[in-house]
Design a binder for this molecule. Sequence first.
Ligand SMILES: O=C(O)CCC(=O)C(=O)O
Ligand SMILES: [Fe+2]
Length: 340
Amino acid sequence: MSTTVKDLTESNDLKSIPSEYVFPTNPEVVEEAEQQIPIIDYHLLTSGSPEQRSQIIENLRIACLDWGFFMVINHGVPESLINEMMNLCLSFFDSSPDEKSDYVGKHVLNPIRCGTSFNTSVEEVYFWRDYLKILVHPEFHAPLKPQAFRNISYEYCKRTREVAKELVNAISESLGLEEDYIEKALETKSGLQILIVNLYPPCPQPELAMGMPPHSDHGLLTLLAQNEIGGLQIKHKGKWIAANALPNSFMVNIGDHMEILSNGKYKSILHRVAVNTKATRVTVVTANGPSSDAVVTPAPDLVDCENYPPLYRGMKYREYVELQQSNQLHGKSCLDRIRV
Ligand SMILES: O=C(O)CCC(=O)C(=O)O
Ligand SMILES: [Fe+2]
């Protein structure tokens, strides 16, 4: 296995980064956002009056059309659960190489795997990032240690799945479809949910390295919680802007399968992660997707052969995930393969 970034930074007094982490191109600069990133009040969506719900659905429609990214506040997932989850993730990364060895170097569809960068078997330059990825739905998996990981991650994934479901239903409505259209068409009740934990240790030369390169996510909606350290950047109207999270919010982005289903109306957003010299950034992400057997195509109601021809070919979700995870992570290259 390749050395983890964590081991690299903890075992040496690093003044410069090893050459395999140096990116040949300077990342484009980050600019000030002209508008504020959209904020969605989950409580008003699910427990507000019918008028309030309609307003939030309209806010979601604009957020999906203009941004592909929004922050969800008042989501009801207890802060204590999120904090416990973060701490257990940090303990996982702190455990001995022996304890992690069962999960290292596994196939991309293995239920639990950990490693460094994204896919070191095909990468020439590595990202400044260690990860743990676990398939948590429809079948739940968890590492044996730390001991509390199983129960806490089970609860965390269930709660974020519920939030994702409500958001997907509202987005379905915002597209002019039945509220449960996406749920039924993509069988999301047995949808694939993946828990991804990202660790970005402090980096002595952050201007030369990348935590994650520009990419979009597979699936419908990605929900991200972070510790207090920023670093996520999103591409909005041709510019990179810093996505600074509101306290206790989820940062949510539209995935490739929402783009496919909406026939390109709602686009998956390009995002990347910058690293810093000062502190470790940790993010806990759930990728919420269709059922792995669902063949995702544009919704027939959003296709009209004269004005809105289908923009993507159908592909089974499992095959898409496998394709994305076995290649280099690069922009929207996976989605590009199925564009008509
Ligand atoms: O850690 C982050 O801020 C982003 C992570 C991410 O983009 C991903 O896991 O796909
Ligand atoms: Fe991502």
